[in-house]
Design a protein around this ligand. Sequence first.
Ligand SMILES: [Zn+2]
Length: 445
Amino acid sequence: MNLLDSEDYNLFFKEEELILWIKEIVDFGIRRPGYEADIKCQEWIKTKFLEFNLSDIKEEPVELLIWEESGARLTVWQNQEPTLTTEIPAFPVPFTTPTKNFIGELAPLDAIAEESSSTIAIGKLGLSTVPLNFFRSLAVDFYDPKDEFNYLQQTLPFGPEFTEVLTPAINKSVRAFIGILDEFPWETMEYYVPYDGIVKDITAVWISKKSGSRILSMMQNGTVSGSISVSGTNRMGKSENISATIYGKSDKWIIIGSHHDAPWASAVEDGSGIAMVLSLAKYYSQAEKPKHNILFLLTAGHMSGGAGTKTFIKDHPEIVKNLVLEIHLEHAANECTISDGKLLPTGMPECRWWFVTEDEHLLKAVKSALIAENLERSLIFKPDVFFEHPPTDGGFFHLENVPILNFLTAPMYLFDPDDTIDKVHITSLGSVPRAVVQIIKSLEE
Ligand SMILES: [Zn+2]
């Protein structure tokens, strides 16, 4: 039975329903790959697919590197007063080498000459702030009805090193590193980067700006030593890609995907992506039979080098070669400002990035949908505008010469535990999936 006429989709994508789903996802806890909460989330997604009566509900194994940690300990002291130790709160950097009581003298990373295996390097990390008129200059098109890109700036969740945050220390052959999250607009030490799923032969911790200045001022008064302990493991393990299908009238495929894992109990990253994908699954389960088969895909291990997407591409060449469009939806994010050193949602959307394959018909369809759904603050980019593929979970599909539409926002708090439910940009939860329906419809014409 078809419950829907094609224009009836406003009945779907109810923001209240999607936000409740995101709350359920967040309540599972920290959804890092291999963690209990991520497994619960996978089960929950399958239940939803069952509820919507989708076909071929599948869980497919993904081998990946699992980083499990249970905290870090950092103690420092002035060499002339070794009994007077100071405990500094510290966060273990993902995929680094755990250690017990690594003791060494602290030295600024920049000042270290080559081999220095007995020292603890200390350096600063900041996030990049970019004027949006610069990003607009890189875009192939944009939708900014209020001309806000003329004056808005965006703080990204990365600095100029992107995820290569440990490379400068590794290049100097140090065995231990303290990274001060110095130019972060809010006070934090919990930065879940890098997430490339590659073990680093270095022990490393992040500390907050305040802790950093404390240590740096101690270093001005003489030599400082420290002891670092990181408890954790890096091990190969398994997670699962969860998928389900709605069969269409052709043998071609569309994928609508996001990832189910996260750095924290994250609401935006990617509780919001899961909810948008599910809302489209629910919609198409009741709409007219689509022209092409639609595969709803929630991948594993985005936070471990995008392992789920890579595995899907490797395991399903027959789907990949018949894809007419790969859609990935990530991050319905509120823009935040900083007030009293804390993140404060403005209620406006974070600048929206749409990585779109250069195809005239597709680009036109995307632009009309952005206008129809008033998806302001939107930039349309070529897939390889920043790197050889978009920095999205679906980005690897671009390397397979598949047409892509990858939606992503990059709010500064993306890898922080402060990615809580208040950071979700509520109206995007309805308007982004509705735009996707319109884009798919125009491709069918
Ligand atoms: Zn994401």
